[in-house]
Design a protein around this ligand. Structure first.
Ligand code: BJW
Length: 236
């Protein structure tokens, strides 16, 4: 079977073997924190120091992790894929970016971080987004607006995920949709498989184990991402 237009959705599971904790596992990232305290606009308004500290720690951890064989398999695929390839990640780490550093420009490949990026900051007043590698203070002044503060460029619960129009257009046109290492617990990403099915695409889930939405996929490939992802795409 040949495919031309590919959409891949990734979640925390693809970075787990690099040492980035997943969200909903027992050792999940939110242990010790209520989600509402650190991943909502209300939590940020109530205690900006707690929220900034939470993201400062995660930003620092990026120096200790590296892309793994699953990230690299997607980068290799991008270099040889002849049609359109949209990689949508829910992850805020930069492991896909690093793995794709050598992907030739001009190919039909694009990467979207739909839930934002740890290495970016956003002005609360102007909305201007800028690169941000170091720590952010609770009252970090914005260089873009006299009354603005800089906040993490992260999509919290209740906020609009990024680039939804581009994602929806790609889903409408895709003939292969592959969901990797995501529990399918968070919308709108959890609904992408249904959009892809509606477009007539072949749908595949790659995960350690079948997720709650496994029945929505045509096929499931189960195992650690570092083995299952290269195995699946090598066999395409
Ligand atoms: C492995 C592995 C290995 C492990 N190999 N696999 C009621 C009903 C429906 C929806 C809602 C509702 N109430 C509210 C909503 C909407 C809400 C929502 O979905 N809530 C749910 C809790 C129900 N969504 C929103 O608010 C979103 N905005 C929104 O909807 O705006 C309106 C809108 C609608 C339609 C179009 C446009 C706009 C915003 C969501 C923002 C999510 N943000 C977070 C936090 C970011 C901050 C941070 O990082 O700190 O993003 S939540 C968190 O979950 C994070 C992740 O990106 C996201 C998904 O998690 P993910 O990646 O799936 O991780 P896990 O841990 O859940 O799963 C890991 C998986 O990996 C598991 O399956 C493992 O088995 C697997 N695995 N090791 C392979 N080695």
């Amino acid at each position: 079977m040949t495919h031309r237009n590919l959409v891949v959705l990734t979640g925390a599971g693809i970075s787990a073997e690099s040492g980035v904790p997943t969200f909903r596992a027992d050792d999940g990232l939110w242990c010790g924190h209520r989600v509402e305290d650190v991943a909502t606009p209300q939590g940020y308004a109530a205690d900006p120091a707690l929220v900034q500290d939470f993201y400062n720690q995660r930003r620092r951890q990026l120096a200790e992790v590296r892309p793994n064989a699953a990230h690299r398999a997607l980068a290799d695929l991008a270099a040889r894929w002849e049609g359109d390839f949209l990689l949508v990640t829910q992850n805020v780490d930069d492991l896909h970016d690093r793995a794709h550093a050598q992907t030739p420009p001009g190919a039909g490949f694009e990467l979207i971080h739909m839930h934002g990026e740890l290495l970016k900051a956003r002005c609360t007043r102007s909305g201007v987004v800028m690169d941000w590698a170091g720590d952010m203070a609770a009252d970090q002044a914005s260089p873009h607006h006299p009354q603005g503060l800089m906040r993490p460029h992260i999509v919290w619960f209740g906020e609009m995920p990024l680039e939804m129009e581009r994602i929806e257009a790609a889903l409408e046109a895709c003939d292969l949709f592959v969901s990797i290492g995501t529990s399918g617990a968070v919308y709108p990403a959890a609904g992408f498989v249904q959009s892809a099915r509606y477009a007539g695409a072949r749908t595949v889930e790659i995960n350690l184990e079948p997720t709650q939405g496994a029945r929505l996929f045509d096929e499931g490939v189960y195992g650690p991402a570092t083995q299952a992802v290269p195995g699946f795409f090598d066999g395409l």
